[in-house]
Design a protein around this ligand. Structure first.
Ligand code: FES
Ligand code: MG
Length: 580
């Protein structure tokens, strides 16, 4: 048993010799827990997102067992509990719709239960922000264990990456270069082991962010899901959380402004997903750190992308781990004085720099030197202008450099269905210089803000060998996707944003260097057009009730992290009153 110096919150359940204590202990004992588990040792929640409908997290029972073993070994009392599992691949219309729901599940499960600290088992994209958001609102000692990426896909003798291969191969079908049969044959080849997407998509980005924020042990981001060392990390995290409770190392001591600045810099260096902008803002909002869109420009821009992973580059997460993983990236940044806050505290009680200062780096092609990067100016490009008064984003490392300064005429789609109906129409007036504009795909307009922003190109242009065009929308895109794609335009069209006022043939200017996104019509003309557009009129913003209505009524815009207005903030984990 631990030599604790202060009463743990679990004692308010298990620590009294009275009717209430009897009830709390007695029912727990039906699971076969011996009496000494209730002697005041730290009770550690294992917050599990296991689900067979979330294939990326389907191996989590075994991970949970290793965490449990670690907790027991360190003298804690492990209690595993499930929360809503956001599976990116199956959930429709998008797993983002339920990210906030899952975060509420986590927050209320933690606060209402006899839990002193928690291990968050996360993997598939939205599970990481959802669990961190809920835990941040409670502010208990917390450690993240990610499930790890899948092994490399292997198709016809070469490596293929999760998601990225789907976009590439489906464009090849449209361009007539491969058959639909060839395409289908890649299904099983792409996903051949447990784990999350093996590209630097949102799952790997968020796992890297969890590590750079200091919320996990070193190497959490990259160890493959099926590598035995993933299970060692799980067990060691179980060990460590017990000490974190004894040290009262709460999440707010780790999730400081400095930690978020480190994470923004790391996102640039790894060529991370644009979804990170939304998720990091939401997590920061829960713990009480004020991040702005400009922080991404100030801290991220100018940082070279040195991790050569798909979709921006060549390799996959397996190679990233074998090359040295995130600690090697952090060391490389730190040695060049490009880690903003090396002294930020991490979950193991050491600083970020102490953890990585001796980290080995085995492969300069996968983790490139700073002076020979994949992209000189990585990070997230934040754009503003009359088309996006509250901002929009673009990922330079996944874009075509020549298109990042562009002027073209708008081809406008009112929503995703409209886009699908028109894009392959041979009569559509579109050429390689056109700008594809899609609206009503933001948080409210396509509730959940689906990942449809990387609109596929018109078949007739693909046949001509065109591989990229400027695309603009209020949607998100998958972290595994690529292209010169302007996303997260805020405010969204369905919330009265000027995207609603764009007309077919309007000239649009994009300039990533100066961060400008401009609709070339006069102020008067734009104001005139906006008069006819009232928030909520461009798409039906009422549902049949239920969670969807709660979502539409309370979701914040992309620049605010798409959290619910009433969930922002740290509410702590004060023990609630008795239930009897
Ligand atoms: Fe789950 Fe990509 S779909 S991590
Ligand atoms: Mg994804």
């Amino acid at each position: 048993m631990s030599d604790k110096k202060r009463p743990l919150r679990s004692e308010a359940w298990f620590g009294t010799a009275d009717k209430n204590g009897f009830m709390y202990r007695s029912w727990m004992k039906n699971q076969g827990f011996p009496g000494h588990m209730f002697d005041g040792r730290p009770v550690i929640g294992i917050c599990n997102t296991w689900s067979e409908l979330t294939p990326c997290n389907a191996h989590f029972r075994r991970i949970a067992d290793k965490v449990r073993q670690g907790i027991l070994e360190a003298g804690g009392f492990p209690v595993e509990f499930p929360v809503f599992s956001n599976g990116e691949s199956n959930l429709r219309p998008t797993a983002m719709l339920t990210r906030n729901l899952a975060s509420m599940d986590v927050e209320e499960s933690l606060r209402g239960n006899p839990v002193d600290g928690v291990v968050l088992l996360v993997g598939c994209d939205k599970t990481t922000p959802a669990l961190l958001m809920g835990a941040a609102s409670c502010d208990l000692p917390t450690i993240v264990v990610s499930g790890g990426p899948m092994l490399n896909g292997k198709h016809k003798g070469r490596d293929i990456g999760s998601g990225t291969a789907v976009w590439q191969l489906s464009e090849q079908v449209k361009a007539g270069r491969i058959s639909i049969h060839d395409f289908m044959s890649a299904e099983a080849d792409m996903s051949r082991s447990a784990g999350t997407c093996n590209t630097m998509g949102t799952a790997s980005t968020m796992a890297s962010i969890a590590e750079s924020l200091g919320t996990s042990l070193p190497h959490n981001a990259a160890i493959p899901a099926v590598d035995s060392r993933r299970y060692v990390l799980a067990q060691l995290s179980g060990n460590r959380i017990v000490d974190m409770v004894n040290e009262d190392l709460r999440l707010s001591k780790i999730l400081t402004r400095e930690a978020f600045e480190n994470a923004i810099r790391v996102t640039a260096a790894i060529g991370g997903s644009t979804n990170a902008v939304v998720h990091l803002k939401a997590i920061a909002g829960r713990i009480g750190v004020d991040l702005s869109m400009e922080d991404w420009t100030r801290i991220g821009r100018g940082t070279p992308t040195i991790v050569d992973l798909q979709p921006s580059g060549r390799f996959l997460m397996e190679e990233f781990y074998y090359a040295g993983g995130l600690p090697a990236v952090l060391r490389r940044l730190g040695e060049a004085n490009r880690l903003p806050h090396p002294n930020a505290l991490t979950a193991n009680g050491k600083t970020l720099w102490e953890n990585v200062q001796d980290a080995p780096l085995y492969n300069d092609e996968v983790i490139r030197p700073l002076d020979s990067p994949l992209c000189e100016d990585g990070g997230i490009c934040v754009l503003r202008g009359n088309l996006a008064p509250r901002g929009a984003v673009l990922k330079p490392s996944a874009a075509t450099p020549e298109l990042m300064k562009h002027r073209g005429r708008a081809v406008v789609f009112d929503n995703f269905d409209h886009y699908k109906a028109r894009i392959n129409d041979p009569e559509l007036e579109v050429d390689a210089n056109s700008v594809l504009v899609m609206r009503n795909c933001g948080p409210k307009g396509y509730p959940g803000m689906a990942e449809v922003g990387n609109m596929g190109l018109p078949a007739k242009l693909l046949e001509q060998g065109i591989t990229d065009m400027v695309r603009i929308s209020d949607a998100r895109m998958s972290g595994t996707a690529y292209g010169t794609v302007v996303l997260h335009v805020a405010p969204e069209a369905a919330d009265g944003g000027p995207l609603a006022a764009v007309r077919e043939g309007d000239w649009i200017e994009l300039d990533c260097e100066s961060g400008r996104l401009h609709l070339d019509v006069s102020e008067t003309e734009l104001a005139e057009r906006m008069k006819d557009i009232r928030p909520g009129t461009s798409r039906v913003l009422a549902s049949d009730g239920g969670y969807l209505q709660l979502y539409i009524d309370h979701v914040l815009q992309a620049d605010e992290g798409c959290d619910f207005d009433f969930l922002v903030g740290r509410r702590g984990a004060k023990v609630p009153s008795h239930s009897h």
